[in-house]
Design a protein around this ligand. Structure first.
Ligand SMILES: [Zn+2]
Ligand SMILES: [Zn+2]
Length: 269
């Protein structure tokens, strides 16, 4: 053990082997410290605290032991083996921190901590670790049912990019596609156009870039190549709103001719 007794307040406590205690610290009466613990400077460990083996206590960690001050009824706080407590954490009286748990820096621990979990915040809550599917960074959140993105920023980025969205399997639930499918069907019925796309065929055009201008598409747009024929799988292409407007009721060949004429005319020298 290494410490500077003159700078620390070290009352009648016990400790195991190979501990490192950085001065100045305050360790109270009857405090028990296990083997191979590391206690950083300015830790405050009053009477009532029991610390297991291989525990790390960061700088300025403050254990409190008096629930209703001022009193002399110290609460018992137990820190089990292998626990790590970050700098500046405050542990309220009567807490048990389970084996292998991690307490984040600055946490205010007001409830028992389960073994092998990570808590932080004020009041300290259990956090779960995930990997962001967009930026690949590891992150932690209170959400135990799973989280896919580390931040609102990554979430927004993933959703606003149709290609990324598809890659990450963020395609909207089938109900969105189903309602669009029904919309197309109803529309065709009204306009007396033959519609013979199966749902799966329809779905395969969801978020496919525009056939004409290659614009990314959020949702679906279909154009009939030959406007005399209905919506059949070999007569449709993906088509954005703008291209659909330009093409109007023209057949594909006529449309291309028109575009070509416009281009040649405008660029004619
Ligand atoms: Zn991210
Ligand atoms: Zn287009």
């Amino acid at each position: 053990m290494t410490y500077h007794p003159k700078k620390s307040v070290l009352l009648d406590f016990t400790q195991g082997e190979d501990c490192t205690i950085h001065a100045p610290v305050w360790i109270g009466n009857k405090v028990k410290i296990g083997d191979r613990c590391k206690i950083q400077a300015f830790a405050f460990i009053p009477e009532g605290v029991t610390i297991g083996d291989d525990v790390f206590i960061g700088p300025h960690v403050c254990f409190t032991n008096d629930k209703y001050p001022p009193s002399t009824n110290w609460s018992e706080t137990v820190v089990e083996d292998g626990v790590s407590i970050g700098a500046n954490a405050t542990i309220l009286p009567g807490i048990r921190i389970g084996k292998g748990a991690m307490v984040g820096a600055g946490a205010v621990v007001s409830r028992n901590v389960e073994a092998n979990t990570t808590v932080f915040g004020n009041p300290a809550t259990k956090h779960y670790s995930y990997k962001c599917e967009l930026c690949q960074k590891n992150f932690m959140t209170e959400d135990k049912r799973g989280a896919r993105f580390c931040s609102r920023r990554c979430y927004n980025l993933a959703w606003s990019d149709p290609i990324k969205k598809q890659e990450l399997g963020l395609v909207p639930q089938d109900y969105k596609i189903t309602s669009k499918y029904k919309e197309y069907q109803a529309n065709c019925e009204k306009r007396k156009i033959d519609f013979s796309l199966s749902f799966d065929q329809f779905k395969s055009f969801w978020q496919i870039p525009c056939f004409y201008c290659d614009e990314k598409m959020d949702g679906i747009g279909l154009d009939r190549v030959d406007n005399n024929i209905g919506y059949k799988i070999d007569n449709i292409v993906s088509c954005c709103w703008e291209c659909n407007r330009l093409k109007g009721n023209l057949d594909q060949e006529v449309f291309f001719e028109q575009v070509k004429r416009i281009y040649q005319n405008v660029h004619a020298t």
